[in-house]
Write a protein that binds this ligand. Structure first.
Ligand SMILES: Cc1cc2nc3c(=O)[nH]c(=O)nc-3n(C[C@H](O)[C@H](O)[C@H](O)COP(=O)(O)OP(=O)(O)OC[C@H]3O[C@@H](n4cnc5c(N)ncnc54)[C@H](O)[C@@H]3O)c2cc1C
Length: 506
């Protein structure tokens, strides 16, 4: 019989314990308590009395679906891939249509963007095999506890090559150096089961008859029939949402967030968070900040310890930043999005011209403005020292950065929309009260962080997860407005697939 033990240890003791687990012990959770100055504790939860030969089961039930009825999935991000696994378990053959390239080909396009090359609108940091999560930090946690079975997703990721620590870290992550192989392995599992994964297959039209889905059309004019389609296109597929709008598929505007990415030296963040040198046995420190400023929420988003800021635009003429980290989180810099809410009432002018797509247009114009400020020169991004930004001063010089395409001094305090800039500046002041030393001119902001979440939602019935009007259409993941991040998108994809199977079998 197994039982659980909790240990409260110093970082070194915890490190030693993890590396000398007895054959009948298994680590279930590790978390760090850094609240007490000079007395950081590491909390381990162990299960003892387990069978030493016990292998963690991925929980995925593979079966041959090559001759089974099929359903189309648009997009191979976390929502699309995990939807495919769930369809296979239900005896349905997924046909995944992905506009981008496989991870290996995509890697070359991402490298070219970092060297200042043109952005391929089908293959970039957001589009291609694995979606926006492939070249990311691979943080695997979600603030929501309601969404379903996180551990099922973590087990599948682990059985496809993610480190075992994803099963026990309180805040697990995979790392951008490991993610492509994990994604590729999941795709191979899907293909081995007889499903189809087609790259270079941009869906340009959803085919609808009498308010029922009948298939999709690709860029090359090929049509694929299907009476059930999961759309898992992510938050950057503006052309896809414009197409849905033109076809009068009902969409809803939703609140979202925009801002900047802030970059500090990791050493400074370690000192602030651990209140001491990090030493050899603790991971690079992270932070999570939230405050109210000028009547709206300001918060940190996708914090990447030991990471890089990356150019995440999906078209030439846009400047968009995001962040990623390698598995060791061993870069010298720490970065995080710092963003503020954009509400419907902020966009009255946009709504007059663009209706439900107002948020998409606002995002696009912000990205174009950032590009005009600096990005014309080979994907460079506009930047300003943090203290200067908060105090409305031009930066005469900039700091070293992890952002490969390079940065150019720009007065972000001047050209960011006023409600965004003012909230962020007040937010940074408040964050300095929570993390003293955070607001410094030895840090800088780089713009713009505009793709935090989708500004539209594709409405669906909460029970059937099917579109409220179009039969057979299953919106899923972040782009459809029902998830934020890798884990919640994967869970949403699986749930949508289960509902699709009920629909096909009804
Ligand atoms: C640089 C970066 C770092 C990130 N880091 C993290 C992190 O550490 N942790 C975390 O939880 N989240 C992170 N995110 C966010 C996370 O990647 C997304 O929340 C998640 O990938 C959303 O999953 P999804 O499947 O809904 O959509 P996506 O991952 O966006 O996938 C959508 C897919 O659909 C395809 N597609 C779009 N339009 C079409 C079309 N018309 N036809 C065919 N295919 C189409 C796209 O090419 C893409 O592959 C990061 C994002 C970026 C860009």
């Amino acid at each position: 019989m197994s039982n659980k033990i909790q240990l409260d240890l110093t970082p070194k003791e915890a490190h030693d314990k993890i590396n000398s687990l007895a054959a009948n012990e298994r680590l279930i959770k590790r978390s760090i308590d850094a609240r007490r100055r000079g007395n950081i504790r590491v909390l381990l939860t162990l299960e003892s009395g387990v069978d030493s030969g016990e292998v963690v089961d991925s929980g995925f039930m593979a079966r041959d679906v090559s001759d089974c009825p099929s359903a189309v999935i648009v997009g191979s991000g976390p929502a699309g891939l995990f939807a495919a696994l769930a369809l296979i378990e239900k005896g349905i053959k997924p046909i995944i249509l992905e506009r981008g390239k496989n991870v290996r080909e995509r890697k070359k396009d991402v490298a070219s963007i970092n060297r200042g090359g043109e952005v391929d609108p089908d293959s970039n940091y957001c589009f291609g095999e694995g979606g926006a999560g492939t070249y990311s930090d691979g943080k695997l946690y979600t603030r929501s506890k309601k969404r379903g079975d996180n551990s099922r997703i973590l087990n599948i990721l682990h059985s496809h090559g993610a480190d075992a620590s994803v099963l026990w870290e309180a805040h697990p992550h995979i790392g951008t150096d490991k993610l492509p192989n994990v994604i590729e392995a999941i795709r191979q599992t899907i293909e081995k089961c007889g499903a189809e994964v087609r790259f270079g297959s941009r869906v340009t039209e959803l085919l609808i008859k009498n308010k029922k889905v009948v298939g999709v059309k690709l860029l090359n004019d090929e049509s694929i029939e299907s009476r059930a389609v999961i759309i898992a296109t992510g938050h950057s597929a503006r052309d896809f949402y414009e197409m849905l709008h033109q076809k009068e598929v009902e969409l809803e505007a939703k609140n979202f967030a925009v801002g900047v990415r802030v970059e500090h030296h990791q050493e400074l963040i370690d000192k602030i968070q651990y209140k001491a040198e990090r030493g050899d046995f603790l991971p690079p420190a992270a932070y999570s900040l939230v405050t109210q400023a000028k009547g709206r929420g300001v918060y940190s988003f996708c914090m990447c310890p030991g990471g890089f800021i990356v150019p995440a635009a999906t078209a030439t003429g846009e400047c968009v930043v995001n962040g990623m980290s390698p598995s060791g989180r061993n870069n010298r810099f720490a970065n995080s999005g710092i963003v503020t809410e954009v509400r419907s009432e902020d966009l009255e002018d946009y709504k007059k011209h663009f209706g439900v797509l107002a948020g998409l247009q606002f995002q696009a114009q912000l990205e174009s403005m950032a590009h005009t400020q600096a990005g014309r020169n080979g994907n460079q991004a506009p930047a300003q020292r943090l203290y200067d930004f908060v105090n409305g001063k031009h930066s005469n010089s900039l700091l070293e950065t992890s952002y490969h395409p390079g940065i150019e001094a720009s007065d972000l305090h001047h050209w960011l929309p006023r409600f965004v800039g003012d909230s962020l500046r007040e937010g940074f002041r408040a964050f300095n009260n929570k993390m003293q030393g955070f607001l410094t001119n030895e840090a800088q902001v780089i713009g713009v962080e505009s793709r935090t979440s989708s500004p539209v939602r594709v409405p669906r019935d909460p029970q059937t997860m099917m579109h409220t009007v179009i039969e057979g259409l299953f919106p899923a993941g972040e782009g459809a407005g029902y998830a934020g991040g890798i884990l919640s998108s994967a869970i949403d994809g699986m749930l949508a697939a289960e509902k699709l199977s009920e629909f096909l079998n009804s």
